[in-house]
Design a protein around this ligand. Sequence first.
Ligand SMILES: [Cu+2]
Length: 265
Amino acid sequence: MSSHEHEEEVLAPTPGARVTAFLKRRDVRVSTALGIFFTLVFVLLGWKFYPHWMPTIMSTDMKANEALMVAFTYISAPICGIVLGIATYTFMHRHKGDTPPEDGPAIRTNGPLVVTWTVVTSLFALLAIVWGITELNVGATAAAAEAKSALVVEVTGSQWVWTFNYPSLGIETHELNLPINQPVIFDVVSSDVNHSFWPVQLGVKVDANRLETTVVHTTPTKLGNIDIKCAELCGLYHAYMETSGQIMTGSDFNNWVTAQGGHTA
Ligand SMILES: [Cu+2]
Protein backbone atom coordinates (compact mmCIF):
# COMPACT_ATOMS: atom_id res chain seq x y z
CA MET A 1 0.00 0.00 0.00
CA SER A 2 1.30 3.37 -0.87
CA SER A 3 -0.06 4.92 2.34
CA HIS A 4 2.32 2.64 4.22
CA GLU A 5 5.24 3.83 2.08
CA HIS A 6 4.36 7.43 2.82
CA GLU A 7 4.22 6.72 6.53
CA GLU A 8 7.70 5.23 6.38
CA GLU A 9 9.03 8.25 4.52
CA VAL A 10 7.52 10.70 7.01
CA LEU A 11 8.83 8.75 9.99
CA ALA A 12 12.41 8.26 8.70
CA PRO A 13 14.58 7.71 11.77
CA THR A 14 16.91 10.72 11.79
CA PRO A 15 16.57 14.32 10.52
CA GLY A 16 19.42 13.63 8.07
CA ALA A 17 17.63 10.58 6.69
CA ARG A 18 14.42 12.59 6.28
CA VAL A 19 16.24 15.28 4.28
CA THR A 20 17.96 12.65 2.12
CA ALA A 21 14.66 10.87 1.47
CA PHE A 22 13.04 14.20 0.62
CA LEU A 23 15.79 15.21 -1.80
CA LYS A 24 15.59 11.83 -3.58
CA ARG A 25 11.98 12.36 -4.57
CA ARG A 26 11.53 12.90 -8.29
CA ASP A 27 8.95 15.69 -7.82
CA VAL A 28 11.38 17.52 -5.50
CA ARG A 29 14.28 17.19 -7.94
CA VAL A 30 12.35 18.30 -11.01
CA SER A 31 10.65 21.20 -9.13
CA THR A 32 14.06 22.33 -7.83
CA ALA A 33 15.61 22.20 -11.30
CA LEU A 34 12.69 24.21 -12.70
CA GLY A 35 13.02 26.60 -9.73
CA ILE A 36 16.70 27.22 -10.46
CA PHE A 37 15.85 27.84 -14.13
CA PHE A 38 13.16 30.42 -13.25
CA THR A 39 15.47 32.04 -10.67
CA LEU A 40 18.11 32.55 -13.37
CA VAL A 41 15.46 34.05 -15.68
CA PHE A 42 14.46 36.60 -12.98
CA VAL A 43 18.10 37.43 -12.20
CA LEU A 44 18.68 38.03 -15.92
CA LEU A 45 15.58 40.25 -16.10
CA GLY A 46 16.71 42.25 -13.05
CA TRP A 47 20.24 42.60 -14.35
CA LYS A 48 19.70 43.34 -18.07
CA PHE A 49 16.12 44.45 -18.67
CA TYR A 50 14.51 45.86 -15.54
CA PRO A 51 16.62 49.09 -15.46
CA HIS A 52 15.38 49.89 -18.99
CA TRP A 53 11.73 49.63 -17.86
CA MET A 54 12.25 52.16 -15.05
CA PRO A 55 11.60 55.88 -15.67
CA THR A 56 14.69 57.84 -16.77
CA ILE A 57 17.04 58.42 -13.87
CA MET A 58 17.14 62.20 -13.37
CA SER A 59 18.02 62.65 -9.70
CA THR A 60 20.09 61.27 -6.86
CA ASP A 61 16.96 59.69 -5.35
CA MET A 62 15.95 57.98 -8.60
CA LYS A 63 19.45 56.48 -8.83
CA ALA A 64 19.11 55.07 -5.31
CA ASN A 65 15.60 53.79 -6.11
CA GLU A 66 16.91 51.89 -9.11
CA ALA A 67 19.71 50.22 -7.15
CA LEU A 68 17.21 49.21 -4.47
CA MET A 69 14.64 47.85 -6.94
CA VAL A 70 17.26 45.79 -8.81
CA ALA A 71 18.63 44.38 -5.52
CA PHE A 72 15.12 43.49 -4.35
CA THR A 73 14.50 41.75 -7.68
CA TYR A 74 17.58 39.57 -7.01
CA ILE A 75 16.44 38.83 -3.45
CA SER A 76 12.95 37.82 -4.51
CA ALA A 77 14.13 35.85 -7.59
CA PRO A 78 14.80 32.51 -5.80
CA ILE A 79 11.51 32.66 -3.88
CA CYS A 80 9.50 33.44 -7.00
CA GLY A 81 11.57 30.89 -8.97
CA ILE A 82 10.92 28.01 -6.55
CA VAL A 83 7.19 28.78 -6.35
CA LEU A 84 6.95 28.85 -10.16
CA GLY A 85 9.00 25.63 -10.34
CA ILE A 86 6.58 23.81 -8.03
CA ALA A 87 3.58 25.29 -9.86
CA THR A 88 4.96 24.20 -13.25
CA TYR A 89 5.70 20.65 -12.05
CA THR A 90 2.24 20.42 -10.47
CA PHE A 91 0.60 21.65 -13.66
CA MET A 92 2.57 19.17 -15.80
CA HIS A 93 1.45 16.29 -13.54
CA ARG A 94 -2.08 17.44 -12.85
CA HIS A 95 -4.63 14.70 -12.30
CA LYS A 96 -6.81 13.56 -15.19
CA GLY A 97 -9.72 11.18 -14.70
CA ASP A 98 -12.40 10.52 -12.11
CA THR A 99 -10.71 9.01 -9.07
CA PRO A 100 -8.69 11.53 -7.05
CA PRO A 101 -5.15 10.26 -6.43
CA GLU A 102 -3.92 9.57 -2.93
CA ASP A 103 -2.29 12.49 -1.13
CA GLY A 104 1.52 12.52 -0.75
CA PRO A 105 3.40 12.69 2.54
CA ALA A 106 2.91 15.87 4.58
CA ILE A 107 5.92 18.19 4.39
CA ARG A 108 5.04 19.81 7.74
CA THR A 109 6.37 16.73 9.54
CA ASN A 110 9.81 17.22 7.96
CA GLY A 111 11.45 19.30 10.72
CA PRO A 112 14.78 20.21 9.06
CA LEU A 113 13.01 21.28 5.88
CA VAL A 114 10.52 23.49 7.72
CA VAL A 115 13.32 25.10 9.77
CA THR A 116 15.43 25.70 6.64
CA TRP A 117 12.75 27.49 4.65
CA THR A 118 11.59 29.52 7.65
CA VAL A 119 15.12 30.74 8.44
CA VAL A 120 16.08 31.43 4.81
CA THR A 121 12.93 33.38 3.93
CA SER A 122 13.13 35.31 7.25
CA LEU A 123 16.70 36.33 6.42
CA PHE A 124 15.58 37.59 3.00
CA ALA A 125 12.78 39.62 4.63
CA LEU A 126 15.15 40.99 7.32
CA LEU A 127 17.69 42.04 4.68
CA ALA A 128 14.95 43.86 2.73
CA ILE A 129 13.71 45.69 5.85
CA VAL A 130 17.18 46.74 7.07
CA TRP A 131 18.26 47.83 3.60
CA GLY A 132 15.05 49.82 3.00
CA ILE A 133 15.25 51.66 6.33
CA THR A 134 18.97 52.38 5.89
CA GLU A 135 18.35 53.79 2.40
CA LEU A 136 15.63 56.11 3.75
CA ASN A 137 17.94 57.46 6.45
CA VAL A 138 20.91 57.91 4.13
CA GLY A 139 18.67 60.10 1.95
CA ALA A 140 17.53 62.14 4.95
CA THR A 141 21.11 62.66 6.21
CA ALA A 142 22.40 63.76 2.81
CA ALA A 143 19.43 66.14 2.51
CA ALA A 144 20.22 67.82 5.85
CA ALA A 145 23.78 68.47 4.67
CA GLU A 146 22.54 70.03 1.43
CA ALA A 147 19.82 72.17 2.97
CA LYS A 148 21.86 75.42 3.06
CA SER A 149 22.39 75.75 -0.67
CA ALA A 150 19.02 74.25 -1.60
CA LEU A 151 16.30 75.85 -3.69
CA VAL A 152 12.97 75.77 -1.84
CA VAL A 153 9.82 74.99 -3.83
CA GLU A 154 6.45 75.09 -2.08
CA VAL A 155 4.24 72.48 -3.72
CA THR A 156 0.47 72.75 -3.27
CA GLY A 157 -1.94 70.07 -4.45
CA SER A 158 -5.56 71.05 -4.96
CA GLN A 159 -8.42 69.44 -6.84
CA TRP A 160 -7.04 68.94 -9.51
CA VAL A 161 -3.97 71.00 -10.15
CA TRP A 162 -0.40 71.36 -8.87
CA THR A 163 0.95 74.81 -7.98
CA PHE A 164 4.64 75.55 -7.46
CA ASN A 165 5.73 78.57 -5.50
CA TYR A 166 9.42 79.57 -5.45
CA PRO A 167 9.56 81.94 -2.43
CA SER A 168 13.22 82.99 -2.93
CA LEU A 169 12.55 83.89 -6.60
CA GLY A 170 9.13 85.47 -6.26
CA ILE A 171 7.30 83.31 -8.81
CA GLU A 172 4.37 80.90 -8.82
CA THR A 173 3.74 78.47 -11.69
CA HIS A 174 2.01 75.23 -12.70
CA GLU A 175 5.10 73.73 -14.34
CA LEU A 176 7.98 72.44 -12.26
CA ASN A 177 11.24 73.75 -13.73
CA LEU A 178 14.44 73.16 -11.79
CA PRO A 179 18.15 73.89 -12.29
CA ILE A 180 20.42 70.88 -12.70
CA ASN A 181 22.78 69.83 -9.87
CA GLN A 182 21.22 72.15 -7.31
CA PRO A 183 19.67 70.50 -4.25
CA VAL A 184 15.96 71.21 -4.00
CA ILE A 185 13.64 71.09 -1.00
CA PHE A 186 9.95 70.47 -1.67
CA ASP A 187 7.57 71.71 1.03
CA VAL A 188 4.44 69.79 0.11
CA VAL A 189 0.87 70.59 1.25
CA SER A 190 -2.70 70.23 0.07
CA SER A 191 -5.39 72.90 0.04
CA ASP A 192 -8.24 70.39 0.16
CA VAL A 193 -8.19 66.57 0.16
CA ASN A 194 -5.13 64.30 0.35
CA HIS A 195 -2.97 64.19 -2.77
CA SER A 196 0.44 62.67 -3.43
CA PHE A 197 3.21 64.63 -5.12
CA TRP A 198 5.04 62.42 -7.62
CA PRO A 199 7.68 63.90 -9.94
CA VAL A 200 8.28 60.53 -11.60
CA GLN A 201 11.83 60.83 -12.97
CA LEU A 202 13.07 62.42 -9.74
CA GLY A 203 12.25 59.28 -7.74
CA VAL A 204 10.25 61.22 -5.15
CA LYS A 205 6.72 60.40 -4.05
CA VAL A 206 5.24 61.97 -0.95
CA ASP A 207 1.79 62.66 0.50
CA ALA A 208 0.34 66.16 0.18
CA ASN A 209 -1.81 66.67 3.27
CA ARG A 210 -3.95 69.52 4.49
CA LEU A 211 -2.63 71.49 7.54
CA GLU A 212 0.66 69.55 7.54
CA THR A 213 3.75 70.28 5.44
CA THR A 214 5.74 67.27 4.25
CA VAL A 215 9.36 68.04 3.42
CA VAL A 216 11.30 66.04 0.85
CA HIS A 217 14.70 66.64 -0.78
CA THR A 218 16.48 65.61 -3.94
CA THR A 219 19.05 66.84 -6.44
CA PRO A 220 18.27 66.78 -10.19
CA THR A 221 21.19 65.25 -12.11
CA LYS A 222 20.03 65.10 -15.75
CA LEU A 223 18.64 67.65 -18.21
CA GLY A 224 15.25 66.92 -19.77
CA ASN A 225 11.51 66.75 -19.28
CA ILE A 226 9.88 65.44 -16.14
CA ASP A 227 6.31 64.31 -15.47
CA ILE A 228 4.48 65.30 -12.29
CA LYS A 229 1.50 63.18 -11.28
CA CYS A 230 -0.85 62.77 -8.36
CA ALA A 231 -0.42 59.33 -6.77
CA GLU A 232 -3.34 59.47 -4.32
CA LEU A 233 -6.94 59.00 -5.46
CA CYS A 234 -8.32 62.49 -4.87
CA GLY A 235 -11.64 62.76 -6.67
CA LEU A 236 -13.26 62.82 -10.09
CA TYR A 237 -10.33 64.21 -12.11
CA HIS A 238 -7.50 62.55 -10.14
CA ALA A 239 -6.28 60.82 -13.32
CA TYR A 240 -5.84 64.21 -15.02
CA MET A 241 -4.00 65.82 -12.11
CA GLU A 242 -0.67 65.93 -13.89
CA THR A 243 1.71 68.48 -15.26
CA SER A 244 5.24 68.60 -16.61
CA GLY A 245 8.48 70.42 -16.07
CA GLN A 246 12.08 70.57 -17.10
CA ILE A 247 15.48 70.12 -15.55
CA MET A 248 17.43 73.05 -17.04
CA THR A 249 20.94 74.44 -17.05
CA GLY A 250 21.46 77.19 -14.48
CA SER A 251 21.40 79.96 -17.11
CA ASP A 252 18.27 78.61 -18.84
CA PHE A 253 16.61 78.42 -15.45
CA ASN A 254 17.54 82.04 -14.64
CA ASN A 255 16.15 83.17 -18.02
CA TRP A 256 12.92 81.31 -17.35
CA VAL A 257 12.62 82.87 -13.87
CA THR A 258 13.14 86.35 -15.35
CA ALA A 259 10.54 85.66 -18.06
CA GLN A 260 8.10 84.68 -15.32
CA GLY A 261 8.63 88.07 -13.67
CA GLY A 262 10.79 86.74 -10.87
CA HIS A 263 14.19 87.80 -9.59
CA THR A 264 17.19 85.49 -9.83
CA ALA A 265 19.23 84.64 -6.78
CU1 LIG B 1 -4.64 64.61 -6.41
